[in-house]
Design a protein around this ligand. Structure first.
Ligand SMILES: NC(=O)C1=CN([C@@H]2O[C@H](COP(=O)(O)OP(=O)(O)OC[C@H]3O[C@@H](n4cnc5c(N)ncnc54)[C@H](O)[C@@H]3O)[C@@H](O)[C@H]2O)C=CC1
Ligand SMILES: O=C(O)CCC(=O)C(=O)O
Length: 530
């Protein structure tokens, strides 16, 4: 019996999620695990589950010799070294949709709390005071809110703030105008334009090289006096030093922060300002979000461990849940076409051209190309290659990969994947399609038109097209007790070099192969295992 996979859970996830994991795996829960311990024990685990801590560094991933998947219970993956995970073939999955409502609501809660001085007033009353005049606030009604990043959370915040009758403007150069229209948001062309017009600025981008410090001194210098800022995305998107300066200068009326460049944020200079409202990274901390995050992630991690493709895989092209089912047969076909190459040919590959014809050309083909590369490299690299690192391995082996899409049908097929391999000045071509029942079929092997269903044991035989060749070949297999399930002969020109492809029911041993190769009219016999 196969050993159960081992999963290390490095932070709190809901009990229901733990139960789901325990049904299929051995689970160790080490809430709040520290870096040195993580590095020491990670080699024992197939999967690691984290929240925004601990850091999943290069060291952690490289030491995780068995590690197949890192699950992030939440959205931001800035605590995971994605590059190393990708190189090592470790799948990184997250649950970006599961906590958006909570993070969006926290943003609005923070916005209101800081505009109305709620935490400060609360504290005064608790301490026996009253002091109503000290806590004069501002309405949201009629104000302009500037949203930086109109993704999941930004758009959630936009639609809620419209109900407050605010004017909502947004800056997000990476999304089409249609998305702004859908949420009734005015698009501004530049960040500075957003800053100039906003009474409140709220940031909702990921933390990237481009977004770190994007609201900095330059922006505070052109902002409306009395601007308020909210950061419920990632610490440092609003530059903390520049914010402290703008608070000192009285440019910023208030700031509300759920996230910090260093967390926990003990000792952060922003804490000394009365008009800075803070929470300890609570955006996703609701019962509902944690339930969704935990159970969604448990499902994804277990599926990856079973070898399935899941939505929200961060380091392969993103697929939606329902797309995966449509894609599965195409991925299988592409992998077969890849697997065929090094089993039939010896020429080193310099360039691969994948051409997607027909309906398939309308699909997101990136992942199909990955499946092809996985198939291509696995006969020479074994299990270490997977969808995640296939591109990296191909690049490292100097294989250039090009994709082309053409929506017209080719050779009468509704879908066709054609692959041309180039190297040493020569060219090899395979093509495949899906039959009506969605089973993968190989329909071209170089100049031969065929129609073959890939199977675990196959023989590709080059022979002369003349009587008395195929019969003895089949008899020799029979004598070796190897059953032929299917057989197909293809030729270009009558009487010349031809190809026969056989699906057989068991492996052929070396001695039988040697006998087959000696038969009259046979020029080459190659074994293909799919
Ligand atoms: N405080 C908390 O507990 C939580 C924080 N988050 C954080 O919230 C942020 C937003 O999350 P989602 O909305 O789910 O992400 P998302 O990926 O759906 O949206 C991000 C948007 O930012 C835009 N963007 C990227 N670079 C930009 C730039 N330079 N200028 C303007 N726009 C840019 C993208 O085009 C995209 O539309 C992330 O940083 C995430 O980690 C998410 C959940 C909980
Ligand atoms: O609660 C957490 O783990 C952090 C949530 C978060 O920041 C995220 O999902 O990006």
């Amino acid at each position: 019996m196969k050993d159960k996979p081992k999963i290390l859970v490095g932070d709190k996830i809901v009990d229901e999620a733990l139960e789901m994991l325990r049904a299929e795996a051995d689970v160790d829960l080490k809430r709040g695990i520290k870096q040195p311990e993580l590095e020491e024990i990670i080699e024992n685990y197939d999967a690691l589950i984290v929240r925004s801590v601990p850091l999943v560094t290069e060291e952690v991933i490289k030491r995780g010799k068995k590690l197949k998947v890192v699950g992030r219970a939440g959205n931001g993956v800035d605590n995971i070294d994605l590059e190393t995970a990708t190189q090592q073939g470790v799948v990184v999955v997250n649950t970006p949709d599961s906590n958006s409502f909570s993070a969006g609501e926290q943003t609005i809660a923070l916005m209101l709390a800081s505009a109305r001085n709620l935490p400060q007033a609360h504290q005064t009353v608790k301490e026996g005071g009253w002091g109503r005049s000290r806590y004069m606030g501002s309405e949201l009604y009629g104000k302009t809110v500037g949203i930086v990043g109109l993704g999941r959370i930004g758009s959630f915040v936009a639609t809620r703030l419209k109900a407050f009758q605010m004017r909502v403007i947004a800056y997000d150069p990476y999304i089409p105008l249609e998305r702004f229209k859908r949420f009734g948001v005015e698009r501004v062309e530049t960040l500075n334009e957003l800053v100039r017009q906003s009474d409140i600025i709220t940031v909702h981008t990921p933390k990237t090289e481009e977004t770190i410090g994007m609201i900095g001194k330059e922006q505070f210098q052109i902002a409306k006096p009395g601007v308020r800022v909210v950061n419920c995305a990632r610490g440092g998107i609003i530059d903390e030093g520049a914010l402290a300066w703008a608070l000192e200068e009285g440019i910023v009326a208030s700031a509300a922060l759920d996230v910090f460049s260093k967390e926990p944020c003990t000792g952060n200079p922003l804490l000394k300002f009365d008009n800075v409202v803070v929470t300890p990274h609570l955006g996703a901390t609701t019962f509902e979000a944690q339930h969704r995050v935990g159970t969604d992630l448990a499902r994804y991690v277990l599926a990856v461990l079973r070898g399935e493709i899941v939505p929200n895989t961060v380091n392969i092209p993103c697929l939606l849940g329902e797309e995966i089912d449509t894609m599965r047969p195409l991925l299988e076909l592409a992998e077969y076409l890849g697997k065929l190459y090094y089993q039939l040919e010896r020429m080193p590959v310099e360039k691969v051209e994948l051409c997607y014809y027909g309906e398939i050309a309308q699909q997101e083909t990136g992942i199909i190309t990955l499946a092809f590369l996985k198939g291509l490299l696995s006969p020479v690299m074994g299990d270490q290659v997977n969808l995640v690192n296939a591109t990296w391995f191909a690049e490292n082996r100097g294989i250039k990969v090009c994709e082309r899409r053409d929506e017209s049908k080719r050779s009468g097929h509704v879908n066709l994947i054609s692959v041309i391999f180039r190297g040493n000045g020569t060219k090899v071509e395979f093509a495949g399609t899906l039959a009506g029942d969605q089973t993968p079929r190989i329909v071209r092997v170089n100049q031969y038109r065929v129609d073959v269903t890939p199977s675990p044991y196959m023989l590709f035989v080059e022979h002369i097209d003349r009587p008395g060749v195929i019969g003895p070949f089949a008899s020799a297999l029979g004598k070796a007790n190897i059953n032929i399930a299917m057989m197909q002969a293809a030729r270009k020109v009558k009487g010349e070099e031809s190809m026969m492809i056989l699906n057989i029911d068991s492996a052929v041993d070396e001695a039988t192969l040697a006998d087959l190769r000696k038969l009259g009219g046979i020029s080459n016999v190659r074994v293909v295992n799919m």
